[in-house]
Design a protein around this ligand. Structure first.
Ligand SMILES: O=C(O)CCC(=O)C(=O)O
Length: 282
């Protein structure tokens, strides 16, 4: 009986976050991760930043230029994947908003949305207001959403995320003047923020002498182009540790085939998952 009550109150909590996202375009979820995981992830992010910053392309788009970033966290450590793909709030909320109910080749309770990009970001200069859905529209079905796991407290001083509540249904690209009406999402290490990518958002300038690391994953419906060739580049030893559901989120159930010789189904089932990453298009 007690367990039943607990389960239903948990569902109610998730429903309340879903309602916030529908109404305001975002949800703030305190204490979604335990402090040990967070401090290990922060250590790994800083280590990867030191190892990879000098090999990042010089051709950076406006939003990413001169910002401290670590790209493609899914290729770097299973802990990052476990945190982002193994969190119950994230999975329940994303399934609600991004799952395609016609993706019937996968079990109904499995995610069929995919990972578009997975990075860590520490604020430097102000990040301009933008949307990440590429196109504004007013409908009730989002097709791209972002999840930010705070690895450090974020404040107005160290470059926190800013958001204009309700702007996800504005049907307009983000104007820079909206920075003035944006609210600061101040949060603690271990908190989670999820937003509909149509929302006008950005980040404040970091005026502190420290960092503001957050892990930010962008998830999308299965038919949206990923930011990198994620299925083609996952290290085999990481692929081997993934569950079938996690492989689907990486995009392996919706990769286009090389030709009709191999298949024509855009929505594959778990039985067709490759054993070797190098065979992912077959
Ligand atoms: O770093 C932040 O808080 C905001 C990041 C952001 O706007 C984005 O990843 O699209």
């Amino acid at each position: 009986m007690e367990q039943l009550i607990e389960a239903s109150s948990h569902e109610k909590v998730i429903e309340s976050y879903i309602s916030s996202i529908e109404r305001d375009g975002y949800a703030y979820i305190p204490k979604a991760f335990d402090p040990e995981q967070i401090s290990r992830a922060k250590y790994l992010v800083e280590d990867w930043f030191a190892k990879t910053v000098s090999m990042q392309s010089e051709r950076m788009p406006r939003l990413n230029r001169d910002q401290s970033m670590v790209y493609n966290l899914q290729n770097k450590d299973m802990l990052f994947i476990r945190m982002m793909l193994g969190n119950e709030f994230i999975e329940s909320i994303l399934k609600h908003f991004l799952n395609d109910c016609w993706f019937t080749s996968l079990p109904e309770d499995a995610p069929n949305y995919i990972l578009r990009s997975f990075l860590a970001r520490s604020s430097n200069h102000q990040m301009p207001m933008h949307i990440d859905s590429f196109i504004p529209y007013t409908g009730s079905y989002p097709f791209i959403m972002q999840c930010s796991i705070l690895l450090e407290d974020q404040t107005e001083e160290n470059g926190c995320t800013v958001i204009v509540p309700g702007s996800h249904r504005s049907d307009r690209y983000a104007p820079q003047e909206a920075f003035g009406e944006a609210i600061s999402i101040e949060a603690k290490a271990g908190d989670l923020v999820i937003w509909d990518s149509r929302i006008w958002h950005g980040a404040r300038e970091n005026r502190s002498s420290g960092t503001r690391w957050a892990m930010i994953a962008t998830f999308c419906r299965w038919w949206v182009k990923q930011a990198f060739d994620i299925p083609g580049n996952l290290p085999q030893e990481i692929y081997d540790q993934l569950t079938d559901r996690q492989k689907a989120v990486m995009g392996y159930c919706s990769v286009p085939y090389d030709s009709e010789r191999y298949g024509i189904d855009m929505k594959r089932n778990f039985d067709l998952l490759p054993v070797r990453v190098e065979d992912y298009r077959l």
